[in-house]
Design a protein around this ligand. Structure first.
Ligand code: SF4
Length: 373
């Protein structure tokens, strides 16, 4: 039986390594695209968030192309993501797609959870095999993250526009066809070397520094965030995306394995403004990250989330206090399938111009710099 799973940024690369390592066949939908989204929209409730619609489109593609099992993650925290699994199954069955559904609990990811869920679909699956496969998948996600971090860092340093993007495009084409941990990690490291070489051959320009926070699906999926990292990089901005898939693997998988409880600095920071540790999704992280990154010398913060996302709407209400206290500008971008590219680009350009002017004012007027954090 073949398994299919939805896209969310670079998650598919880690999932490929996981399934290749335990010998399960799979169908990967093409990278998120307009056609799949339109398919998802056609069968989704009108006001459901954008991630639901793109995932539904991916499932339809997978089931139409030979998969019989869907593997998806969900959490049971305080937003509608907890109902996604039931809703997907109900919609897909109502439009004629029979399937089996594997629900991975994203907040308590464990070896046992994966073992129990995947055992019926893999021949001779042992606990050792699943542990090894999950470790290789996690390592892959972390190194893909490093590759994309390097791309963001180098894209803005006076390199020829498009040169880093060409390498990333070549990587995406090749990784789709590559199988197994060894081949994929070789591809990641050779692409990283090529990107570093681009930096070596270019003059280094001082750039503005921006951090991206917000809802993880939108922040990590270039199709739904209209390639925000590429757009900012080509405007000369060094971008750090806090909501990468690697962050999520560290927070919800690696840290779960550590037996002692550690301090969560992001939640602690958020609790200086909101008196709870959960408002659903990554809402608390958004507030905590906005506070922490306001103190780390960034020129601006960009907050992204999908239209109707309740946790991020709540998080956004803390920003006026944060901006007043730390003086770092925060721009919120709310996205859905109707977001227009030209208006989006204009907002990014205006934000970059404003940060540039602010920086110049700060360097020419020390009093301003002191007053505005
Ligand atoms: S966090 Fe927001 S976008 Fe994600 S499922 Fe919840 S409401 Fe939807």
């Amino acid at each position: 039986m073949k398994i299919t799973f939805p896209h969310m940024g670079n998650t598919y690369i880690g999932v490929k390594v996981l399934l290749d390592s335990i010998g399960i066949e799979y169908v990967i939908p093409p990278l998120c695209n307009k056609k799949a989204l339109e398919n998802g929209i056609k069968h989704s409730p009108e006001f459901i968030c954008l991630p639901f619609k793109t995932m539904l489109g991916d499932f339809i593609y997978g089931l139409e192309n030979g998969a019989e099992v869907i593997m998806n993650g969900a959490s049971c925290r305080q937003c509608r993501q907890g109902y996604y699994g039931d809703l997907f199954q109900e919609i897909l069955r109502s439009i004629g797609y029979e399937h089996k559904y594997i629900n991975i609990n994203l907040h308590e990811m464990s070896f046992d959870n994966f073992y129990d869920n995947l055992r019926p679909y893999a021949k001779n699956l042992s606990k050792f095999k699943i542990i090894k496969a999950m470790i290789l998948a996690a390592l892959t996600v972390l190194s893909v993250d490093k590759l994309f971090e390097a791309a963001n860092h180098i894209r803005c340093k006076g390199t020829k526009i498009g040169s880093v993007d060409e390498e990333i495009k070549r990587f995406r084409d090749k990784v789709h066809k590559a199988k197994g941990y060894i081949k994929i990690s070789k591809l990641i490291s050779s692409t990283r070397k090529k990107i570093k070489l681009i930096a070596k051959n270019n003059k280094h320009k001082k750039s503005l520094k921006v951090v991206i926070i917000g809802e993880i699906f939108i922040a990590s999926e270039p199709f739904t965030n209209l390639e925000i990292e590429r757009r900012l990089g080509n405007l000369g901005v060094d971008v750090y995306n806090t909501m990468s898939v690697g962050m999520w693997v560290r927070e919800h998988f690696i840290h779960n394995l550590i037996p002692f409880k550690r301090k969560n600095k992001v939640t602690e920071a958020a609790q200086t403004l909101i008196h709870t540790d959960d408002i659903g999704g990554h809402g608390v992280d958004t507030v905590g990250m906005a506070i922490l990154y306001s103190q780390k010398g960034y020129d601006g913060i960009i907050h992204v989330y999908p239209f109707t996302c309740m946790p991020e709407i709540i998080a956004q209400s803390a920003f006026s206090t944060i901006q007043e206290k730390y003086g770092v500008p925060i721009m919120t971008l709310i996205l859905d399938e109707l977001t227009g590219e030209i208006g989006y680009q204009t907002r990014l350009e205006a934000f970059v111009d404003m940060m540039e002017m602010r920086k110049q004012m700060k360097s020419s007027n020390p009093i301003y710099a002191k007053d505005s954090g």
